[in-house]
Design a protein around this ligand. Structure first.
Ligand code: CP
Ligand code: NVA
Length: 308
């Protein structure tokens, strides 16, 4: 059977996402500790910092009977110029899967191209597919939706920077046919090719996708999602200018007054209290935000089970 990678949400069909989510809920409710990966290894390369992705993948692998191996980029021969091609071929001879958080999405793609083992994107400058699976799982959990079908009436709003996390949330909404609004300042909307792909996918899935810079579109939202204004790798000289542009998009008490009374708040974390979300809202909605973080473990177990 050909190996399968998870580099982008678009690597999964709607039915596959549904099956993964079903499996993730089983892991959550049964707290199943299987032995399926006995003797198998998962390599993990993180070129950028990570708390949730790194620890949840490691824990998932151990709880499924396998062994995660952390491959510090500082100590790989890649650091001295060994090619991705050669590294990928060699690692494929030892490992059963590779999780990679590369600085550049194209490097993740190159690893996948030359690996004969499944490669999982653990966040790149373009997408965060593992995050978006846990996001949908969390929304299903709070809205007691048994299937993705039951989510179609839920209005999901992402507000803030049109970054990697926003791209994947947009993609998963488009694939699953959900009601999704993305609100970002004009110059920070996702790139045109990303928007075009989502809108094209929505045509066949029936997703209701709205892309806007108007914060009043948050009206009646059932889910409000935000992420940092400064993603890893963004070193803007005019930091204060960026903050000033984003401030009207901050998730705070006043903004949330316009949402539905049952609205939950999500954040992929790490958060910067006082920037994209106030400390008050972080504390008030900790129940949904930290559940979302925990759900990374279960959804990634499902991903590993499917791919390895
Ligand atoms: N949300 C997320 O991916 O967190 P980490 O950067 O800590 O892995
Ligand atoms: N957008 C953030 C997500 C971190 C999980 C970043 O890229 O830094």
């Amino acid at each position: 059977m050909a190996k399968k990678d998870l580099l982008s949400v678009y690597d999964l069909r709607a039915e596959e996402i549904s099956v993964l989510l079903e499996e993730a809920f089983k892991f959550k409710s049964d707290k199943k500790y299987l032995d399926v990966f006995k003797g198998r290894t998962l390599g993990m390369i993180f070129e950028n910092p990570s708390t949730r992705t790194r620890v949840s993948f490691s824990t998932a692998m151990i709880q499924l009977g396998g062994l995660p191996i952390s491959l510090d980029p500082e100590n790989l021969q890649r650091k001295r110029g060994e090619s991705i091609h050669d590294t990928a071929v060699v690692l494929s001879g030892y490992l059963d899967g590779l999780v990679i958080r590369a600085l550049r999405h194209c490097d993740t793609e190159e690893f996948a191209k030359f690996s004969t083992i499944p490669v999982v994107n653990a966040l790149s400058d373009r997408e965060h597919p593992c995050q978006s699976l846990a996001d949908i799982m969390t929304i299903m959990e709070f809205y007691k939706a048994k299937t993705v079908e039951n989510l179609k009436e839920i209005k999901i709003v992402y507000i803030g920077d049109g970054n990697n996390v926003a791209n994947s949330l947009l993609a998963v909404s488009a694939v699953l046919g959900l009601n999704f609004t993305l609100i970002s300042p004009q110059q920070y909307l996702p790139k045109k090719d990303i928007l075009d792909k989502a809108l094209e996918c929505a045509l066949s899935s029936g997703a209701k996708i709205k892309i806007t810079s108007n914060t009043s579109e948050i009206k009646d939202a059932d889910v409000v999602y935000t992420d940092v204004w400064f993603s890893m790798g963004i070193y803007e000289s005019k930091k204060e200018d960026r903050k000033r542009i984003f401030m009207p998009y901050q998730v705070n008490e006043a903004l949330l007054k316009k949402t539905s009374s049952r609205c939950i708040v999500l954040h992929c974390l790490p958060a910067v209290r006082g920037n994209e979300i106030t400390a008050e809202i972080m504390d008030k909605y900790g129940y949904s935000i930290f559940t979302q973080a925990e759900n990374r473990l279960y959804s990634q177990k499902a991903v590993l089970l499917r791919l390895l």
